[in-house]
Design a protein around this ligand. Structure first.
Ligand code: FAD
Length: 758
């Protein structure tokens, strides 16, 4: 007997037998979710020894000249047509001419290949378009993004039959069909696979022919574009009680195309999600009959719907919401910096107060990080990857951090952002935040269950192979595969232990890093944290096994560390790709210090809560003997980051590129104009302040400033005053439903008189 056979039979076999009994059963939907998409840089981070040269070798995502022309042509034209106030508060919808422009301009067909009449854009181009539109109108951005993410178009391209592609894709590309996708139902939200919507295989008549098909019954809700859709992508559970297609009765989740004009389809009213007036609503089907070839991918795809959805989600989740969120953070940085420079209190621009610098720096740092991660993820998608774990990280952290940036922006603006009206350029973005948090996998679920829950198995170098081997129905083959994976895993764990120990005890001083000038130390720290993460994750998996899935708080903390490792890698890549800009270094420092603080705190929390206390004590000794020590960005770094958004500069433009800038003398356009005037006249205003003269005419008269300078400072004062203005409304304008505002007014007048009399 060879030594490997001895090892297998005497050492591996008992472990294999024991592991098979303790391995929690995995449902088909869990397995399909795990197998969807692929792994990328997340797998490197999981090894505990990321190869930085691999990351840096990735070419940055770029646009073709055609994509660039679309962004600066039709996208700008569309942005100019959008009046967010009118859309949200007056029309409660996009105006008809905007719908028409979007459809004709093929905005709904950005990802559809040219051969089917679409624009054939890359994920990065798609992301840039969504990004720009969302800084003008969230409603328009959501309307454009939905047909290009998870829905009939994407599913048809990946899984549709040739016939289906030729029939539907050209109609989707040119907007003849408006698609939506119905997965969520009242009883099945986060647990979408528990839906009770059904499709029973039966014979029926369709367009005059008797065919084999499905009789569908469903109730969906929250469906974006549902109220105006002409083509519904529907997820349901297929059953074959009469065994018309095979021996199985429960066939599983299936997705089909439902033209909404079919008898039995009922499109409901509209929901109003957080006052965002994109089209969204419920729909129903009562005994709707479709032929089997309306199943996306045809009859062979019966029961494969979940796998198809998870595969599509693995890419889609990394584009739409991350793009909107990265744009939101950049928009917050540009507007809040400008406002904090214009708005003065106590005779000082509010942005100069340390208390305001802190949120300003957080906004700027967040904007830098999110756009870095968006670009890196788009680069992976452009290369054809579908990184399921990374897209989960992106969806979660982009929407979560946009929430922080927008909250900060609101706080810094004070009443200016609270008072609604055409001059408020932030309020609507603020109201839209919960939508991004909730959709495409609500954030609590994504953080606690998906990022690490999926990542640990998916991105781990050996775990998936081990689990597949344990679940193999062929015991002999399973044992062989397990033997190979398990011992490699053991070897890897031993190396990781010493690596993590050494790097932690030396503060990462000798951990691998590329030569990246001032940023080299940051790479070393990430190498150090990556090895500590790999060790702790392995130990948690070993001691908790399948129970780790239910330990959501522990899982979430591991997920946070993995996410930080990814996001911070992206920030380093951005700094490198942008030519190591010295002016941006404070932003990079802010990202690193904030991320390192989170990583260290999460390690401390994991080690304080790991149920196996002996393992926890050993791990603490190895990787965090002195506890969490990083405090976050220093005051000096915060100050530098805040300064960066308070003055016009190339660094500010780099931080906030390609936002929509339309000259319309409304909120944002006024702000930009005033910002340039105020910063341009700063030196003149300073001279006036030094001379204790606040009236520019007096300053001219006293020779403190010239007449030209007086005009310049007057224009700046006037522009700033216009920005600081907020809207007010006639009572009847705010209560259009109230027929008699005059009576209300009279009521209050009489009340006042009575009070005065008493
Ligand atoms: C504006 C809007 C647009 C939408 N568009 C579409 C669409 O076009 N098509 C479509 O099919 N669906 C759509 N949805 C549905 C969306 O995907 C669901 O709302 C989402 O999946 C969450 O479901 P739920 O709202 O029922 O929340 P629930 O599932 O009830 O969840 C409530 C909370 O519990 C948490 N939670 C649930 N399970 C767990 C767990 N195991 N661990 C930890 N936390 C958990 C969730 O994170 C969430 O915070 C849309 C929703 C909205 C609001």
């Amino acid at each position: 007997m060879s030594s490997s056979a001895l090892r297998r039979d005497f050492l591996t076999k008992p472990i294999f037998s024991w592991a098979r009994t303790v391995l929690p059963p995995m449902s088909d939907t869990e397995r399909e979710a795990l197998e969807a998409g692929d792994v990328w840089w997340d797998a490197d981070l999981f090894t505990g020894n990321p190869d930085w040269s691999k990351l840096l070798a990735n070419a940055p995502a770029t646009l073709t000249s055609e994509e660039e022309a679309f962004l600066n042509g039709p996208v700008d034209e569309l942005c100019a047509m959008l009046d967010d106030w009118k859309i949200n508060w007056e029309l409660r919808d996009l105006p008809p001419e905007v719908w028409d422009f979007i459809r004709r301009g093929k905005f709904f067909g950005m990802i559809i290949p040219k051969e089917y009449g679409g624009l054939g854009f890359s994920p990065y181009a798609h992301s840039e378009v969504v990004r720009k539109i969302s800084t003008r109108s969230v409603v328009a951005a959501v309307t454009v993004m939905v047909p290009n993410s998870l829905g009939p178009g994407e599913l048809l391209m990946r899984f549709g039959t040739k016939d289906q592609q030729q029939t539907w894709l050209p109609r989707l590309a040119d907007g003849r069909e408006i698609p939506c996708f119905g997965l969520t139902s009242p009883e099945a939200g986060s647990d979408a696979a528990s839906m009770i919507d059904s499709g029973v295989i039966c014979k029926g008549t369709f367009e005059g022919r008797e065919v084999l098909g499905l009789r569908l019954n469903w109730h969906k809700r929250y469906i974006t574009l549902g109220p105006v859709a002409t083509l519904l992508g529907l997820a349901f559970k297929a059953y074959d009680p009469d065994h018309l297609v095979g021996t199985q009765q429960d066939l599983g989740i299936t997705v089909a195309l439902i033209p909404t004009h079919l008898p039995g389809v009922a499109i409901g009213n509209r929901h109003l999600p957080s006052m965002q007036v994109f089209q969204n609503g419920p729909n129903w089907g009562r005994d709707v009959f479709i032929p089997l070839d309306y199943i996306i991918g045809g009859r062979e795809r019966l029961g494969q719907g979940w796998k198809m959805l998870m595969t599509a989600l693995a890419a889609g989740r990394g584009i739409s919401l991350p793009s909107l969120s990265a744009a939101g953070a950049a928009y917050a940085a540009r507007t809040t910096g400008a406002y904090a420079r214009i708005r003065e209190q106590f005779n000082v621009p509010i942005g100069k107060f340390e208390g305001v610098e802190e949120p300003l720096a957080r906004i700027a740092g967040t904007a830098y990080l999110l756009d870095a991660a968006r670009r890196l993820t788009c680069a992976a998608l452009n290369q054809g990857h579908h990184p399921a774990v990374i897209s989960g990280i992106m969806k979660l952290h982009a929407t979560e951090r946009m929430r922080i940036a927008i909250d900060d922006a609101m706080d810094v603006h004070g009443g200016k952002a609270v008072i609604d009206g055409p001059q408020n350029y932030l309020g609507n973005l603020y109201r839209s935040v919960p939508v991004g948090i909730t959709v495409e996998g609500a954030n609590i679920l994504t953080r606690n269950l998906i990022v690490f829950g999926q990542g640990a198995i998916r991105a781990h170098p050996y775990l998936l192979a081990e689990m597949n081997a344990l679940a193999d129905a062929d015991r002999v083959r399973g044992l062989d595969a397990f033997d190979a994976a398990f011992w490699k895993h053991v070897g890897h764990s031993v190396v990781t232990l010493f690596r993590a120990w050494g790097r932690s005890w030396t503060g990462g001083a000798f951990a691998p890093a590329p030569d990246a000038a001032e940023a080299t130390g940051f790479y070393r720290q990430l190498s150090r944290y990556s090895s500590a993460f790999a060790l702790c994750a392995d130990m948690a998996l070993l001691t908790l096994g399948g129970a780790l899935k239910r330990k959501e708080m522990l899982s979430a903390r591991f997920g946070d560390i993995l996410s930080e490792l990814y996001l911070l890698s992206a920030a380093l890549k951005r700094w490198q790709d942008e030519g190591r800009q010295q002016a941006d270094f404070a932003l990079l420092e802010w990202c690193m210090a904030s991320g390192f603080k989170t990583i260290e705190n999460r390690f401390a929390e994991i080690l304080a809560n790991l149920p196996n206390r002996l393992v926890a004590v050993v791990l603490r000794f190895l990787v965090q003997p002195f506890g969490a020590r990083v405090l976050g960005p220093s005051d000096a770094v915060i100050h530098h980051c805040a300064q960066l958004v308070l003055e016009p500069s190339a660094a500010r433009d780099r931080l906030t590129p390609n936002l929509s800038h339309i000259e319309d003398d409304r909120g944002l356009s006024r702000l930009e104009k005033a910002f340039l005037l105020v910063t341009g006249a700063a030196e003149i205003a300073k001279r006036m302040r030094t001379a204790h003269v606040s009236d520019w005419r007096e300053a001219v008269a006293k020779g403190i400033i010239t007449q030209t300078e007086g005009n310049q400072v007057a224009a700046a004062f006037e522009a700033a005053a216009k920005v600081i203005e907020v809207d007010d409304f006639a009572p009847e304008a705010l209560s259009p439903q109230t027929k008699k505002p005059a009576e209300v007014h009279q009521f209050f007048q009489e009340l006042g008189e009575k009070r005065a009399a008493s």
